[in-house]
Design a protein around this ligand. Structure first.
Ligand code: SAM
Length: 383
């Protein structure tokens, strides 16, 4: 493509209700330095205009690595019997959440593997305690659960939920997740949106069998889902998984996907993911911040457990003291000419009622899902 052609294609993608696969693929094929510059500058300008220069922080607490799932890329998958499994006690989780708040961070992300016997009431009490005693926003990331469980936690005050689709292609999803259901994952995303969660999804870049067409489909999926948050990570091979010998996802492709996520979503919160900061042992998160990202997720998992939440090897900051994280991140963000935003950073998508649509493969129809906007004033309140 020529420079002016790139610009035309980017403007078309930006303006489209349903961006064309061919346009998205053309962008994903860009390798020329100047054309890449045009892409990243375009995404950076959309980011600047719709979410500003602040970089939001979300403090993550990985409270359990017990998992029933078979995700072929993930070190937590149930077949990895060399991984010591742990689950924090309620008191340990609350102490870690207290450290998040003490660092000035106003969102606690509670993440875990997908536990078979996760006690929904136990988690409800923890959510209630974090909300009442710390006044922080709570994001849950505990996988595919029943609608009743999502409702219980939402009523307890959970504000947000992250559930990456990983890949939006049902066949590729099936190949990478033996015995798991793509339909159920989409059901979860619909339930979460209907229940009024600020909902995040995302994908992995560089999965075995993944093509540019699949990635372009992921961008369309993000657009259709109108998600509040979108997370793009490179796949990093883990030695105790079936994908141990595969190559890692490509940084440049991950940055292109981050830029496209920004261009199609405009105001979604998009992290410079920890996996981008861990790939090949270099911290490339500043590049993601320059390609449309506006969030960083410092890790507050207590030190003894942190190295066991090994979704991929050589994860960034596994041995550092959690309390050192904010200063280090502040330095990185300031180095990019931006500033750390210590506000809650709620969704910017709830001005008016967004309608989520998900394609239903079986009959070709679309299932409209209305966001519950009555919950909006509470969600947007600053603590
Ligand atoms: N169980 C929850 C779920 O399914 O959403 C959350 C935990 S899961 C370990 C969190 C994320 O880790 C996944 O959404 C996936 O994208 C990411 N992940 C797992 N293995 C990875 C790998 N090898 N490289 C990069 N990211 C990986």
């Amino acid at each position: 493509m020529t420079g002016s052609h790139v610009q035309t294609v980017l403007e078309r993608i930006y303006a489209a209700e349903a961006p064309e696969l061919a346009d998205i693929e053309a962008v994903l094929r860009i390798t020329d330095r100047d054309e890449l510059g045009l892409l990243f500058d375009f995404a950076n300008e959309v980011r600047r205009r719709f979410v500003g220069d602040g970089v939001l922080l979300r403090g993550i607490v990985e409270f359990s690595n017990v998992c029933r799932n078979t995700c072929q890329y993930c070190g937590l998958n149930r077949g990895n019997d060399r991984l010591p499994r742990y689950r924090l006690t309620g008191d340990e989780i609350l102490a870690a959440a207290g450290n998040v708040r003490a660092a000035g961070v106003k969102t606690v992300v509670l993440q875990s593997g997908e536990e078979d016997n996760l006690d929904a009431d136990w988690l409800r009490e923890i959510v209630e305690e974090i909300k009442s005693s710390l006044g922080a926003a709570v994001t849950l990331c505990v996988g595919e659960r029943s609608r009743e469980e999502y409702q219980l936690w939402r009523e307890a005050g959970a504000d947000r939920y992250l559930l990456k689709i990983e890949t939006s292609d049902p066949d590729l999803y099936g190949e990478l997740h033996t015995g798991m259901s793509f339909e159920n994952r989409r059901r979860c995303l619909r339930d979460l949106a209907e229940l009024g969660y600020q909902t995040g999804s995302g994908n992995l870049v560089g999965l075995k069998g993944q093509t540019l067409r699949h990635l372009a489909g992921d961008v369309q999926f993000f657009k259709q889902g109108n998600f509040d948050m979108i997370s793009v990570s490179p796949f990093i091979p883990h030695p105790q998984t079936p994908l141990a010998d595969e190559s890692a996802g490509d940084l440049r492709m991950t940055l292109k996907m981050t830029a496209l996520a920004r261009i199609i979503s405009r105001s979604a919160h998009i992290p410079a993911t920890t996996a981008i900061g861990s790939l090949h042992g270099r911290d490339e998160r500043p590049k993601a911040l320059a390609a449309g990202a506006n969030v960083i997720m410092p890790n507050f998992t207590p030190a003894p457990y942190r190295r066991h939440y090994e979704i991929y090897p050589n994860k960034r900051c596994v041995s550092e003291d959690a309390r050192a994280c904010p200063a280090c991140i502040e330095q990185m963000v300031v180095g990019t000419g931006r500033w750390v935003d210590y506000s809650r950073g709620d969704s910017l998508k709830h001005v008016g009622c967004a309608v989520h649509t998900f394609f239903n493969d079986h009959d070709g129809s679309q299932l409209p899902v209305e966001k519950v906007c009555t919950a909006h004033p509470t969600r947007m309140k600053e603590n």
